[in-house]
Design a protein. Structure first.
Length: 195
């Protein structure tokens, strides 16, 4: 029985370093994604709004009539709009919208994964050092207890920060994708009504 317990203890203790490394990797990813959202996507909503207003006033346009911002993270929407403006085959337009939905879903999965995996990994980083911390407490080794508790609390906080950033980015981009899908559906319906 002791062999089994020792094996489990060493197995879980060995997961602490990969857990911390994965937390650091996800933290860097979440901060970079947040920076992109703040810096790069600032003009994206105004570009889509400008495009929608221009299309409502003049549907006799083609893709060369619009100055598309090259800084948009969601260039697939702009490319889909261009393709739909020059569209002659309605069935292909439905295919383009489905392709846009698939690419958007892939992007949204990144944010969803951050929102879910951040707290899960943080909890693992909290629970793994609790064993050595309790062992240090039982032996009266306050120094070991303090260092293990510091690791436990730090990984919890980092995991929650990652989860919060992922959740916020998911919500922001979900609204953006819905707005873009509405524009693409509007374009396709208009093209279908003219044929």
């Amino acid at each position: 029985m002791n062999l089994l317990q020792d094996s489990l203890y060493w197995l879980t203790s060995g997961l602490l370093i990969p857990c911390i490394a994965f937390l650091l990797f996800m933290f860097i990813q979440s901060v970079m994604a947040l920076g992109r959202q703040i810096l790069v996507e600032k003009n994206h909503h105004s570009t889509i709004d400008h495009l929608t207003d221009k299309l409502r006033t003049n549907m006799n346009v083609n893709s060369t009539d619009f100055p598309f911002s090259p800084s948009c993270l969601q260039l697939q929407c702009i490319n889909s709009v261009k393709a739909l403006l020059d569209l002659t085959d309605i069935a292909y337009g439905s295919y383009l919208i489905t392709q846009f939905e698939t690419k958007s879903d892939k992007m949204m999965c990144r944010y969803s994964n951050l929102a879910k995996l951040g707290p899960i990994t943080g909890l693992m980083g909290t629970l793994i050092p609790m064993g050595p911390a309790l062992q240090g407490l039982a032996e009266g080794n306050i120094e070991q207890l303090a260092s293990q508790m510091q690791i436990a609390f730090t990984t919890t906080v980092i995991g929650l920060i990652i989860g919060a950033i992922g959740f916020i980015l998911y919500q922001i981009n979900k609204r953006q994708v819905i707005k873009e899908l509405a524009l693409l559906d509007y374009l396709l319906d208009f093209k279908a009504s003219k044929q």
